[in-house]
Design a protein around this ligand. Structure first.
Ligand SMILES: O=P(O)(O)OC[C@H]1O[C@H](O[C@H]2O[C@H](CO)[C@@H](O)[C@H](O)[C@H]2O)[C@H](O)[C@@H](O)[C@@H]1O
Length: 346
């Protein structure tokens, strides 16, 4: 056994990693391969796009064969609960929670990605026990309308729009956090707005396509677009983006995300929030980040690099990840958060 990120992991890890890498090619179906073959996006680099689709939309049956070995590498955070708590002993736990696919289940209509009342109650209790932040690709105000908990920190637009709690709790009594507002990409606002409008126009003819304005970034959803039209959609996005070298394209779960090129992501947002809490240089901090998507990997990686706390990937399928642990779905996230609350009370 070896000690990694304050938590004990099994020696089988390296073997499993090698195995996962060699099995990586099986994550995409033949049909998708042929549909995506002609795609050119991000200055003609099609490979990144295909890989992203593979990782974010794993449906191939071979995945289930890999599951057993993957779970050895990323065990369930519920199964490892006691070990996790042991590793956090004497340290300040700080909770970072992604929204879509983590606190709310993935649904076809992004405007209806509601969080359950039981999840809201659990997160409310969690925030009484530990400093808690929502870190999301969504616009901050939109995610706030879903979560409706004023005692939390919010980092919207992939961390480009950060706001402190507006209700005091034992973690922000000094009221400094109430005035916390950080927006490192305001320069991009007019550009993002223009791109949003152009994308709405360009994607209108594609049935099922939907463009979402996330303030400092834009999401082009293709969950409800026929796979035969994915290529066309990507071409339209590319045709808009070619005039905006200061914007970059990333991909989430059936969504293309247009973001400013500045070096800022969910990992940097996590670090910024630790700093705001006065915990950035503290050895006794134990940050836990839970997320389901590609953009959450920046935060998982940040925790690995810092050697503090760990990430939990929410996924039913094996995915390449820097998270240490896994949970299968938002219901399991709720169970895990509930156990944290109960543990803190004891
Ligand atoms: O960082 P996140 O909170 O995970 O935000 C990433 C994207 O989440 C939302 O889209 C995802 O959830 C939708 C609702 O379940 C689903 O329809 C979509 O296919 C998913 O990609 C959000 O709507 C996007 O703007 C975010 O970029």
């Amino acid at each position: 056994m070896t000690q990694k990120q304050n938590v004990v992991v099994s020696e089988t890890k390296s073997k499993v990693m090698a195995q996962n890498k060699s099995l990586g090619g099986g994550y995409i179906s033949i049909t998708r391969r042929s549909i995506l073959k002609n795609l050119e996006i991000n200055n003609g680099r099609v490979n990144g796009w295909i890989e992203s689709i593979r990782a974010s939309s794993p449906t191939h049956s071979s995945l289930s064969q890999n599951k057993t070995s993957w779970i050895l590498h990323h065990p369930s955070a519920l199964d490892m609960f006691d070990q996790i708590m042991e590793a956090s002993k004497g340290k300040q736990i700080v909770m970072f929670l992604d929204y879509d696919g983590t606190l709310s289940p993935i649904v076809d209509d992004p405007n209806r990605a509601y969080m359950s009342n039981s999840m809201r109650k659990t997160v409310r209790k969690l925030a009484r026990c530990f400093p808690t932040a929502i870190v999301t690709g969504r616009c901050k105000d939109k995610v706030y309308n879903f979560v409706r908990l004023a005692e939390l920190y919010y980092a919207g637009s992939h961390g480009l729009d950060i706001k402190g709690p507006t209700r005091t709790s034992k973690y922000n009594k000094d009221r400094k956090s109430e005035t916390l507002l950080f927006q490192p990409a305001t320069y991009f606002l007019p550009m993002i707005h223009r791109v949003y409008q152009q994308l709405v126009d360009k994607t209108k003819p594609i049935p099922g396509a939907m463009v979402e304005n996330n303030k400092f970034c834009v999401s082009v959803h293709f969950r409800c677009v026929d796979e035969k039209k994915w290529s066309e959609l990507a071409q339209q996005v590319k045709s808009v983006l070619k005039d905006y070298p200061k914007l970059r394209l990333t991909q989430g779960r059936k969504v293309l995300e247009i973001r400013p090129t500045i070096k800022w992501d969910k990992g940097k947002a996590l670090e910024f929030l630790l700093e705001s809490l006065g915990l950035a240089n503290c050895k006794d901090v134990f940050p836990v980040y839970i997320g389901d998507d590609r953009s959450d990997e920046d935060a998982f990686k940040k925790l690995r690099d810092r050697g503090q706390g760990f990430g939990i990937l929410v996924s039913k399928f094996p995915k390449e990840t820097s998270a240490l642990y896994s949970l299968q779905e938002p219901n399991e996230v709720m169970d895990f958060l509930q156990r944290l609350v109960e543990w803190k009370k004891v």
